[in-house]
Design a protein around this ligand. Structure first.
Ligand SMILES: [Zn+2]
Length: 431
């Protein structure tokens, strides 16, 4: 299995062949498991310098990671740090009660820049501790919160540069046709340096008009698109096929991402196969958010408990790029949400019937190479020349890592250790 991702198919240039000779600031990971084999990994100048069975350890720092799984750093591709850690401010979901959207909209009115900053910082730090080296986050922009989230997240992006790469999506959680300010605020947010435009069609009555507006602005601004799409169990409200159509018509293949895609799960098999085909043709990226789906979906259905997790296996088998992400952290959408992508891999394995050995083998791709591809991360992977963003797990293979929720022993960003974790226990087995 190859973990290397090369943006737009252009290989990352490997350094010239040379005898590894360590120097100050170098880091050598000794005898870790890379692609199933014991290898040394030498890091230099923020990049992977060499990978080989026995590199010279003289000079720089050496980490003994013998028989530990070495992976490229986890990539969180869909998360909401601005509305995290607010579950204690509301009653949460209850039968016949308000939706999570309604509950959070009310709370949002009271958010200050400092409040958002403190909660979002906590999300970023916990994510880092759990192996995340790159994050693409949604920032809500609307009449309730204005640009306060943008201000807080831009500050965090600057402060954590070099420790965690943070990319920001200007996101319209409340829709764009329900007030007179959101459209202008979104345009303004792009001017302040947010890299992506995020739509939420199901929040507006005319979903196609919403989608068209986002495509128009994305084309005019030259930014990629990320939609919260198809969150319901009503097949008549399917929008991903229209988004695929627009993506192709406007030549934006590979630059559009869809979060949720829950409706796909309730389509008749033949219809679903046709839609998946269209998604592949449009080179749409799909990000599943299993923890939120399991908490929110099918609450009013007295007959069955629909899981709402999209068809990961079918999408992947058809050649669609699929990823997993955390989405919500301790709020009414997911009160137990936690920015640990290894946990999301376990939730997905349970929710989407992905537990056999072959499936457990590729599940970790959904939190590493696949989201890296979805967000257009360049120089990502485990090969000479790639960025030295790594996580070392206390496990020998992906199945063990997922099953045991292995500790992330080292998190490395740009060749530097940014988190060390240990898990100890003392067993008393004799009376
Ligand atoms: Zn979301």
């Amino acid at each position: 299995m190859c973990w290397t991702y090369h943006a737009r198919g252009v290989p990352v240039k490997a350094p010239p062949k040379a005898i590894y000779c360590a120097r100050m600031g170098d880091l050598l990971l000794r005898q870790g498991l890379v692609d199933g084999r014991r290898q040394d990994v030498a890091l230099r100048d923020g990049r992977i310098w060499r990978i080989g069975p026995a590199l010279d350890p003289t000079g720089g720092e050496t980490l003994d990671v013998e028989d530990k799984l070495v992976l490229p750093g986890f990539v969180e591709s869909h998360i909401h740090p601005d509305k995290a850690f607010i579950a204690d401010r509301t009653r949460g979901l209850a039968p016949g009660g308000p939706t999570p959207q309604t509950l959070v909209a009310e709370l949002k009115k009271t958010f200050t820049v400092d409040d958002i900053y403190r909660r979002a910082r906590r999300v970023l730090e916990v994510a880092l501790r759990h192996g995340c080296t790159t994050m693409r986050a949604h920032v809500e922009i609307d009449a309730y919160v204005g640009l306060r989230g943008v201000e807080a997240l831009l500050r965090l992006r600057a402060e954590l540069a070099g420790v965690l790469d943070l990319r920001l999506i200007a996101f319209a959680q409340e829709g764009i046709f329900r007030d007179g300010v959101t459209q202008d605020l979104l345009r303004e947010a792009l001017k302040t340096g947010l890299e992506v435009l995020g739509g939420c069609p199901y929040m507006d009555e005319d979903e196609r008009r919403h989608i068209d507006w986002f495509f128009d602005l994305a084309e005019a601004s030259g930014v990629p698109l990320d939609f919260h799409a198809d969150s319901s169990d009503d097949p008549s409200r399917l929008t991903c096929d229209y988004i695929a159509e627009q993506t192709i018509a406007r030549g934006l293949q590979g630059r559009v991402t869809l979060g949720h895609l829950s409706t796909l799960d309730v389509l008749e098999p033949e219809h679903r196969a046709r839609v998946i085909d269209r998604l592949r043709e449009a080179r749409l990226h799909v990000i599943s958010l299993p923890a939120t789906e399991l908490h929110v979906k099918a609450r009013d259905d007295a007959r069955r408990t629909w899981r709402g997790v999209t068809r990961l296996h079918e999408l992947r088998a058809a050649g669609v790029n699929v990823a997993l992400s955390t989405n919500n952290v301790v709020n009414p959408f997911t009160p137990y949400g936690h920015p640990d992508l290894l946990r999301q891999a376990l939730v997905a394995a349970m929710a989407a019937h992905l537990g056999n050995l072959e499936q457990m083998g590729w599940l970790l791709e959904l939190i590493t190479v696949n989201p890296a591809r979805a967000i257009g991360l360049e120089g990502y992977g485990l090969a000479p020349g790639c960025r030295a963003d790594l996580v070392v797990l206390d496990a020998r293979d992906p199945a063990q890592a997922i099953t045991e929720q292995a500790e992330k022993l080292f998190v490395i960003k740009g060749g530097r250790i940014v988190a060390r974790n240990t898990r100890t226990s003392e067993l008393v087995t004799r009376a």
